[in-house]
Design a protein around this ligand. Structure first.
Ligand code: ZN
Length: 496
C-alpha cells in the first residue's frame, strides 16, 4: 500500500467516525427533546365552563376605556382612574368580591385572597398589571379604532391593554368568577394580584410582595404575563411554538456625562464635549457584548422537534457548530438579544445655540443584561470599551435590576402549564425562555422559586408590533381561549 493511500484511508475513517458521532449526538438530542414533549397530566374535574363571550368582551372593553396610563412623568398620571376601574371590577365580578378578601398595596395595587381548604399548602398566585402605556399622539390617525375606545368590531376588541395586558386581568377575573359560580373550592389558597405601575418599573409589585411577606407567605407558584403561542414567528421553527418565561434579563440604564469648558464657536478647541461623548457612544455601539448561547440553549433544545434537521444537528453539536449557530441567531434582533447583553443608545442631550460650544453633553444607554452576568460586570466592560476618563457614567439607580434567577422548567407547576397549553393549543411545542423585557414577576423571587410568565394567546408575526404600538387588539376567540385557560390552570394549580 502506498503512503498516499494509507493517508486517504485514515482521513476517510476519521471523517466517517466524526459523521457518526455527529449523527448519534443529534439522535440523542432529538429523542430527549421529544421525550420532554409528552406531558400526560389530565386536568382535575371541574364543572363545565360556559362563557357568554360577548358579555366577557364587553367587560374587557369597559376596562380598556378607563385610561389607567402610566406616564414616564408621574405628574401626568391620573390615579383616580385606577380607583374608578377597581369600582367597575367590583360591579363586573360580584362573586369574586364576595368570596375573596381584597386589599390595596402601594396605593393602587390589588391583592385578592381566596382561602383554600387546606391552609397548610403554599398558595398559588395569578398576576397581571392594571396600567397601560399611552398612545403616541402622532400616530392616533393610524388607529382603525381609537386606542381607548374599547370598540368591539370585526371579531376583535380594540385598544390599549387588549394585548398588554388588561386581557389577562379580565381573563383571570372571568375564570375566578365562573369557578366560584360553579361551586369550585380550591384546595390551595389562590391569590390574585394586580400591580398598577408595571409599565414604568414602579413600586406596585414590590408593595404586593411586601404585604405577602409580612403575612409570612411563601408561594408554591406564580404566573404573570409573558411568552405567548407563536405562529411561525421564530426563525427556523415551523408551526406553533409556545414560550414560557422562566427568567428575565437584567435592566440597566447608564447616564453618560462629558463636561468641558464651553465657549464661542468661532474659536473651538480640537475636542468638544459632544465629540468626546459621541466617540464613546460609537465605541459602545460598535463593540457589542460577546454572545453566549448557554442561557437560551434549553429553549432551542425544547424546540428541536419543530426545527429543521440542520438546526437539530447544529444544536446537538455545539462543540463544532457554535460559531455557525451564533452567527445565524445574531441575524435576527430578537434571537440576537437572547444571546447577549444588549446595548441601546436611547437619549442624547447637548447644546442650545449654533454659535455656542456647550459645556456639557449627556446621554443615556440602556442595557439588558444576560442571565449569568451582573450590573457590575456590565459597568466594568463599558469602562473598558470606552477607555476614556473624560467620560463619566453612573447607573440610573431606581431602574437598575440584576438578571432574575431562573425558575425550573421541570417542576410540577411548569408541567401543569405545559399540559394546559396542550389542551387549548393542541400540537403546540412548548419551550422555556429567558424574557427579553421585564415584568412585575421579577419582584416575587424572594417568596417564590417557581415564577412563570405566560399569556395564553396566539401571536402572528404581524401582531408583534401591536404591543405598545398601533392598533392593539385581541380577537374575541382569543379572549375566549384565555378565560378557558385560566379556568383550567386555576383548578390545576389549586388542586393538591
Ligand atoms: Zn405588560
Amino acid at each position: 500500500m502506498t503512503t498516499a493511500l494509507t493517508i486517504t484511508i485514515v482521513i476517510v475513517a476519521v471523517l466517517l467516525f466524526l459523521l457518526a458521532f455527529i449523527l448519534v449526538r443529534t439522535m440523542i438530542y432529538a429523542s430527549q427533546a421529544a421525550a420532554s414533549l409528552s406531558v400526560d397530566l389530565p386536568a382535575p374535574e371541574t364543572p363545565k365552563l360556559e362563557i357568554d363571550i360577548m358579555e366577557a368582551a364587553k367587560h374587557l372593553s369597559e376596562v380598556v376605556q378607563v385610561k389607567t396610563i402610566s406616564h414616564e412623568d408621574p405628574a401626568e398620571d391620573n390615579k383616580e382612574l385606577f380607583t374608578l376601574m377597581q369600582k367597575e371590577l367590583e360591579i363586573l365580578y360580584p362573586r369574586v368580591h364576595q368570596t375573596m378578601h381584597k386589599e390595596l398595596a402601594g396605593g393602587f395595587s390589588l391583592i385578592y385572597t381566596w382561602v383554600g381548604k387546606n391552609p397548610e399548602l403554599d398558595p398559588v398566585l395569578f398576576t397581571s398589571h392594571q396600567d397601560v402605556v399611552p398612545a403616541d399622539p402622532d400616530s392616533l390617525d393610524q388607529w382603525t379604532h381609537p386606542p381607548f375606545s374599547g370598540e368591539i368590531a370585526d371579531g376583535f376588541i380594540w385598544g390599549r391593554g387588549t394585548l398588554d395586558i388588561k386581557s389577562q386581568l379580565i381573563a383571570i377575573f372571568e375564570a375566578a368568577e365562573k369557578l366560584i359560580a360553579n361551586g369550585y373550592q380550591p384546595e390551595r389558597t389562590v391569590i390574585l394580584a394586580f400591580g398598577h405601575d408595571e409599565e414604568v418599573v414602579g413600586k406596585g409589585a414590590e408593595a404586593i410582595v411586601a404585604n405577602l411577606q409580612e403575612k409570612g407567605i411563601h408561594l408554591a407558584a406564580l404566573i404573570d404575563e409573558g411568552g405567548t403561542v407563536l405562529d411561525n414567528c421564530l426563525p427556523g421553527i415551523k408551526g406553533l411554538a409556545a414560550t414560557i418565561g422562566v427568567a428575565e434579563k437584567g435592566f440597566l440604564s447608564l447616564k453618560f456625562k462629558v463636561e468641558k469648558e464651553g465657549g464661542h464657536s468661532s474659536t473651538p478647541d480640537r475636542e468638544s464635549a459632544i465629540g468626546i461623548l459621541s466617540r464613546a457612544l460609537v465605541r459602545l455601539e460598535s463593540n457589542p457584548f460577546p454572545a453566549d448561547i448557554a442561557s437560551s440553549r434549553p429553549m432551542f433544545q425544547a424546540l428541536a422537534p419543530a426545527s429543521s434537521v440542520w438546526m437539530q444537528v447544529a444544536f446537538a453539536n455545539l462543540w463544532l457548530f457554535k460559531g455557525l449557530v451564533i452567527n445565524r441567531l445574531s441575524k435576527t434582533v430578537e434571537t440576537d438579544a437572547a444571546l447577549r447583553t444588549t446595548t441601546a443608545l436611547t437619549i442624547i442631550h447637548s447644546g442650545v445655540k449654533d454659535n455656542i460650544l456647550p459645556g456639557k453633553a449627556e446621554a443615556v444607554v440602556n442595557f439588558r443584561i444576560l442571565s449569568g452576568s451582573t450590573i457590575a460586570e456590565t459597568c466594568e466592560r463599558v469602562r473598558r470599551v470606552i477607555n476614556d476618563e473624560k467620560v463619566h457614567f453612573e447607573p440610573i439607580s431606581h431602574s437598575a435590576k440584576e438578571p432574575s434567577p431562573v425558575s425550573p422548567s421541570n417542576s410540577a407547576s411548569y408541567m401543569q402549564i405545559v399540559a394546559a397549553i396542550g389542551d387549548f393549543f393542541p400540537g403546540t411545542i412548548v419551550a422555556p425562555e429567558i424574557g427579553l423585557g421585564g415584568t412585575d414577576a421579577r419582584n416575587y423571587y424572594p417568596i417564590c422559586e417557581q415564577v412563570y410568565r405566560f399569556t395564553p394567546v396566539l401571536t402572528q408575526k404581524e401582531d408583534l408590533n401591536r404591543v405598545h404600538g398601533i392598533n392593539e387588539r385581541l380577537s374575541i376567540d382569543g379572549l375566549h381561549t384565555m378565560i378557558g385557560f385560566f379556568y383550567e390552570l386555576i383548578a390545576r394549580w389549586s388542586a393538591e
